[in-house]
Design a binder for this molecule. Structure first.
Ligand code: DGJ
Length: 734
């Protein structure tokens, strides 16, 4: 619910469990007054502000002799630059004079039902009944710039989205040098800042630290959201945990260079600013032109991280993922990459696929290596024509063979890249991102195509479209295997090179949207060397993303744990692979690998023709369990029951049905040591008034009993043992 009080000049946004408020204050400055647990009414909360003459905090000229008003000391709704607030700016404009200031004053606001859309950018969506939109217009009179702050309120899921439009209303071109999507001021600084960090093959590991004086930030300058830091962060009470404490999660729906910065200021206030990374960013706005900053989304949970995550999960599943994949069951797949890499023939693929349908697997994915002269990762990218030496008779012949086995067919692409050893590069060496006079850096021996250019995208799209139209293909894995360097585009003049990083991402989105439009039945899985572009932006186009190139079950416990703080399991690509694991060399039981991969999109990544009869039996059982509990796992409420970074004895998590009548607890033990303790696991999310059976056993347990006293865990000798508890309610009441 959004309420504007004309008398107080406050705007109050209520969600189910949170309230957010801003107020038009003296001199038409828009201040932020509150974001926290839901308040019953919409009282003006500016009574909390204190006026005081603070040394070295300037006063706007309109304040005359009043030295108690400063932009530097009051919480701002969207911070300005160079006019008195020395904290993190949200916007920076370079005016024709060369000055770099921005001073925004409130003009008007409007409230309407439904959700705004952002042209060419990903955004949460939904119908009129679910959403309300608030539009606030601010103006910088000297710069002749209008800034629209957009807020979407998805009350049920406590989600508040934000976006920013900057319009040049003057008659000379100006330059935007910074344009954040979210600015969130707190009148307290005793907060912890949690970020999700890592590297290729070890993504999204949480790191929690108290806010210290000054600025702490995470970002990407790699052109993709990156393996190293994720565009999702949390600010929380120092005492916040899974089930307690106030926490604020903020995600950016963006797949390129971002920055999330938190500042603790001189007066113990805090500010979070999140959006496009100002690194190498400038955008020229001609008169009348509009720039749209990507969408950000926030959830405030007064009841800990668990509730925050579950609200993000619901919103992402229902209001970010688009039809038909919000509801349609996704197939259990088998991918041959870890078994063969690019060294395969059609016969070899058919051998791997042959027994898959009988084991319950439904989709065969042909990974990297089917095109051009691609026998390893040194050649062929850019030539999206079937390599008939490997696949005699072409794609259609192979697809028919796979379909005759009773499986759907999927294919791998990497449209943004090119090898120098390719027909495309020989014909168009100028189509890559490269700086005149410099030799381009290679990553995995490949160069990056200039996806900011429509002509480059059109050419690649034409090839990909022909491939996807040539056979019955129902899945695409869209990979991206290097970061950007030498970012310069031959299509833009010198003064606009600061636009290339962002135009590249817009190009990726445009390409993805075309694929969705032309092939609505195709399930697209995003991938960037695993989880290098795992973000809300890509999820708008690709309903699942390969979580990591690390398929080791023990490392995946950590990676999937960190990922779950924002993203639902239905978006996390996860497969059972062979052991010893190719990344870690670790040997884990097949049951354990299944338990871990099942908390994802689920599939296999191995040579089935080499599996023993026992292993095949396990696969058959796992696929059946996954399908039986598909809705519970993919659509249920997710509970983290332990932290794999803290608890060496076991990692456990749980999926609970919406009616709380069913739950699936998954658990993987750590290294086994002598004299193990007898542990009981407190289950969460059940109905205390119902009685439950565990794994179909004879005993009935009260929901309250399982949640408070817990369920006794068996002793499982051996390292990294996996188990599941299926918990189902009986009709009888306690
Ligand atoms: C990186 C991906 O994450 C892998 O799964 C595989 O598709 C390779 N690229 C292929 O080059």
């Amino acid at each position: 619910m959004i309420l504007y009080n004309a008398q107080d000049k406050t705007c109050t946004l209520h969600t189910r469990n949170s309230t957010y408020q801003m107020k038009v204050w003296d001199y038409h400055i828009l201040l932020h007054t509150y974001y926290g647990p839901r308040l019953a009414g919409s009282d003006d909360l500016s009574y909390l502000f204190r006026r005081s003459d603070r040394g070295f905090s300037p006063n706007p000229s309109e304040a005359g002799g009043d030295r108690t008003f400063s932009l530097d000391t009051f919480p701002q709704e969207y911070s300005t630059c160079g006019v008195g607030d020395y904290r993190l700016p949200s916007i920076e404009l370079e005016l024709p004079s060369g000055s770099r200031t921005a001073d925004l004053r409130y003009i008007k606001c409007e409230i309407r039902r439904g959700k705004y859309v952002l042209e060419g950018l990903p955004a949460f969506h939904g119908d009129e009944e679910e959403w309300e939109t608030l539009r606030i217009v601010l103006r910088d009179a000297a710069a002749q710039v209008e800034v629209e702050l957009l807020y979407g309120v998805l009350e049920e899921y406590d989600l508040i989205t934000r976006a920013v439009l900057v319009r040049n209303v003057g008659d000379t071109a100006i330059r935007l040098c910074r344009c954040a999507s979210l600015c969130l001021d707190f009148t307290r600084a005793d907060l912890d800042f949690i970020t999700f960090n890592g590297a290729h093959v070890m993504e999204r590991c949480p790191s929690r630290a108290p806010l210290r004086p000054g600025i702490q930030s995470v970002d990407s300058v790699r052109g993709a959201s990156s393996h190293q830091h994720n565009p999702f962060v949390v600010l929380c009470d120092k005492t916040a945990g899974e089930d307690c404490g106030l926490c604020y999660g903020a995600m950016l729906l963006y797949s390129g260079n971002f920055q999330a910065a938190a500042e603790r200021d001189q007066f113990e206030n805090a500010r979070l600013v999140m959006g496009l990374n100002p690194y190498h960013f400038t955008w020229t706005l001609e008169p009348g032109a509009v720039f749209t900053a990507p969408e950000a989304a926030m959830v405030c949970s007064p009841a800990g991280f668990g509730q925050m995550s579950r609200q993000f999960h619901r919103a992402i599943r229902k209001n970010l993922i688009r039809d038909p994949w919000a509801d349609r069951r996704k197939p259990v797949l088998i991918n041959h990459w870890e078994a063969t890499e690019a060294d395969f023939t059609a016969d070899r693929l058919v051998d791997i696929a042959r027994e898959a349908p009988e084991l319950g697997l439904e989709l065969f994915v042909m990974d990297d290596g089917w095109f051009g002269r691609r026998n390893d990762d040194n050649a062929g990218l850019g030539d999206w024509l079937v390599n008939e030496e490997k696949l005699p008779g072409g794609l259609e012949a192979l697809v028919e063979r796979i379909k005759a086995l009773g499986m759907e067919f999927g294919i791998w692409i990497e449209p943004e890249m090119v090898n120098e050893d390719s027909e495309l590069y020989r014909a168009h060496p100028d189509w890559t991102l490269n700086v005149p006079g410099r030799k381009s850096s290679r990553g995995r021996n490949q160069l990056v195509l200039d996806f900011s250019r429509g002509d480059v995208r059109d050419h690649i799209y034409g090839q990909i479209k022909a491939v996807l139209s040539s056979a019955d293909i129902s899945y695409v894995k869209w990979d991206m295997n290097r970061s950007l360097t030498e970012v310069w585009s031959a299509a833009l003049p010198a003064g606009r090179q600061g636009e290339v990083y962002h135009r590249y991402v817009l190009g990726v989105y445009e390409f993805a949207e075309r694929m969705r439009r032309d092939f609505p039945h195709i399930l697209i899985e995003g991938c960037a060397g695993g989880g290098g572009r795992f973000d809300g932006g890509m999820l708008y186009y690709t309903p699942q993303i390969w979580c990591s190139d690390n398929t080791d079950a023990v490392d995946r416990l950590r990676i999937q744990y960190g990922t779950s703080f924002c993203y639902p399991v239905s978006t996390m690509g996860a497969h059972v692979s062979a052991v010893p694991n190719g990344c870690t060399g670790r040997v884990t039981p097949m049951e354990t690998r299944g338990v871990v991969a099942m908390s994802g999109t689920f599939g296999y990544e191995m040579d089935l023709s080499k599996c023993t009869p026992e292993e095949k039996e396990i696969i058959r059982r796992q696929a059946a369990i996954f399908k039986e509990h598909y809705d519970l796992i993919q659509d249920g409420d997710y509970y983290r029951l332990s932290d794999p970074f803290q608890n060496g004895r076991f990692t456990a998590w749980e999926h609970v049905s919406h009616d709380r009548r069913e739950a699936l607890v998954s658990l993987v033990t750590g290294q086994f040591h002598g004299a193990p303790p007898f542990l009981a696991l407190q289950i969460r999310g059940l109905d205390p008034a119902l009685r439950y059976r565990v794994n179909g056993g004879g005993t009935l347990y009260g929901g309250d009993v399982l949640m408070r006293a817990g369920y006794p865990l068996p002793i499982l000798p051996g390292d990294y043992q996996g188990m599941q508890l299926y918990i189902q309610a009986e009709d009888e009441q306690v």
